[in-house]
Design a binder for this molecule. Structure first.
Ligand code: FAD
Length: 504
């Protein structure tokens, strides 16, 4: 009989791992705390308004195709992707804007309006990234990490050096572009990683490139539909997903994970356990103290976590068809890089940068006819830094509603029909996200590649991590790559032909 694997959590990482394992013939069960799949992207409804909660930007569709085809399925049978153009509109502190787009000629024409030298600077950057993608994507993002020595091969390291991976994302773009607006426009992806571009490794300029090269996509029906598609694919492959089944504890005996105990008291045996629950939360709640390995409280306190986000989910009685799907306002404060600001350790109550998603223009079913939903995201400090949310929340919400006019959403207050807010505390309490740090561990040099927590847990055998905490990091595309690595390690430790220890 094939090994039996239990996965804790039906987030994107948990479901991608389940699809790959089941596709190979493993027996897989997922235990999910809440009533639906998707984790941070599970979404919710307020009456007739349907909202995505977390991801709104889908990059590199081929990783989804590859995930499904690895299990003999076709992604397009489960999820329909819509290509967006422009990718994102970036509005700057001076009122100017740039539409990032995969139409390179159109993008260069916009740049030329800023400064005639910019199109050539962009071309130099783009051509370098065609090579960087070849040299960097597979070895860096698509390879299982074991140890500093067993990770990249010497020739891969030599090839990467030409791209100065030690630079910050900000320094990287500054080397190519004189105009600081362009530097910030092209490095805004650092915010996906919950970081300021001056603190984020330039390795992630690949993400900027991939958005130009492959575009930005939206799943029809929203990211809730992507979550449902992943869950359906897993189920079609024989995976059993138990909803409303929170895991109380991972069972570890004689140094080996051997199952889980549910909050209801039931014990489920397994040959291996994969934890998709948030890393910091799981360590402090469901991994027994004797099996935490090197991740003691002291170690956890020394690790750096991403910012959190303040969210507004608004159902409004009008549409903004003339505004793009994705818009980002970059305030002048983005240029402040003193340590506390760069770490997102202070709440910007003056002129915060923020992002608005206007999905109804391509996905009208998420609101009643003529109405729409808006998703507003503001990076804010995680709960390691003191913000009295009970005192600040209303004031902050009012500020953001006023700020929305900067992106063309005039007079929003008058149009709101339904509204929900999330603070860092909501992410902690309702999504079990450690410190409310929604983008998990930051991607600083000391927490990258082999220096990130390993997929194979170091406190117990047959216990694995999947999600934003492990290499290559936070974000759907990277987590899907990590799932490939997780299955690689499980395959090494529990090959399919091996007789299993569990009495089924
Ligand atoms: C506001 C926001 C915007 C984002 N934007 C983007 C974007 O545009 N593009 C992008 O690629 N990424 C984006 N991300 C990041 C992306 O959402 C995350 O990287 C991804 O969801 C993390 O997936 P995961 O597999 O690690 O698990 P999670 O999504 O964290 O899911 C973990 C699951 O484990 C379950 N769980 C926890 N504890 C238990 C327990 N004890 N028992 C059983 N189940 C448990 C949870 O209920 C949850 O379902 C965004 C995130 C946020 C929050």
């Amino acid at each position: 009989m094939s090994p039996r694997i239990v996965i804790v959590g039906a987030g994107p990482g948990g479901m991608a791992t389940a699809i790959r394992l089941a596709g190979q013939g493993y027996q897989v069960e997922i235990f999910e705390a809440v009533d639906r799949p998707g984790g941070r992207m599970r979404g919710f409804s307020l009456g007739d308004y349907h909202f995505d909660t977390g991801p709104t930007i889908l990059q590199v569709p081929r990783v989804y195709d590859e995930l499904f085809s690895s299990a003999g399925l076709r992604f397009s049978d489960y999820v329909t992707l819509i290509r967006l153009d422009p990718n994102t509109r970036i509005r700057f502190w001076d009122g100017e804007y740039l539409d990032l787009t995969s139409n390179i000629a159109a993008f260069k024409a916009q740049l030329a309006r800023f400064d005639p030298a910019l199109p050539a600077e962009f071309e130099r950057w783009y051509i370098e990234h065609i090579r960087k993608n070849v040299v960097g994507y597979e070895p860096y993002l698509g390879t299982p990490v074991r140890s500093p020595l067993g990770y990249l091969k010497p020739r891969e390291i030599a090839a990467a050096l030409a791209f100065r991976p030690w630079e910050s994302l900000y320094d990287h773009f500054k080397r190519f572009f004189r105009d600081e607006r362009v530097v910030y426009a092209l490095s805004y992806q650092a915010k996906y990683l919950g970081m300021h571009p001056t603190a984020c490794s330039s390795v992630f300029s690949l993400v900027t490139f991939l958005e130009f090269a492959d575009g930005i996509w939206h799943p029809r029906g929203g990211f809730r539909a992507l979550a449902a598609g992943l869950a359906k694919a897993a189920t079609d492959l024989g995976v059993v997903i138990h909803y409303n089944s929170p895991v109380k504890q991972v069972l570890v005996e004689e140094g080996r994970a051997c199952g889980v105990e549910l909050v209801g008291g039931e014990r489920i045996k397994a040959d291996a356990v994969v934890v998709n629950a948030d890393f910091g939360h799981a360590l402090t709640h469901i991994i027994p103290p004797h099996a935490r390995g090197t991740y003691t409280d002291q170690k956890l306190n020394s690790m750096e976590f991403s910012c959190s986000t303040f969210m507004l989910y608004l159902g409004v009685n009008r549409r903004w068809d003339h505004l793009p799907h994705h818009q980002l306002y970059l305030s002048a404060n983005i240029r402040r890089n003193d340590p506390l600001w760069a770490k997102s350790a202070v709440l910007d109550e003056d002129d915060p940068s923020f992002y608005v998603c206007n999905p109804t223009i391509v996905d009208p079913t998420n609101a009643p006819p003529g109405h729409s939903t808006l998703f507003v995201l503001v990076p804010v400090p995680n709960l390691r830094y003191p913000v009295d949310w009970a005192a600040v929340e209303q004031r902050y919400r009012d500020l953001i509603i006023r700020q929305m006019a900067k992106l063309g959403f005039e007079d929003v207050e008058r149009h709101i029909v339904v509204e929900r807010r999330y603070t860092a505390e909501t992410w902690r309490d309702e999504h079990h996200t450690y410190l409310g740090a929604v983008f998990n561990l930051i991607h600083s040099w000391s927490q990258l590649g082999p220096f990130r927590p390993h997929i194979r847990h170091n406190g117990a055998r047959n216990l694995y991590w999947i999600g934003g905490a492990v290499h290559p990091g936070s974000g759907l595309m990277t987590i899907l790559e990590a799932a490939k690595s997780a299955v690689h390690f499980i395959g090494e430790d529990l090959p399919l032909h091996q007789t299993t220890a569990v009495a089924h």
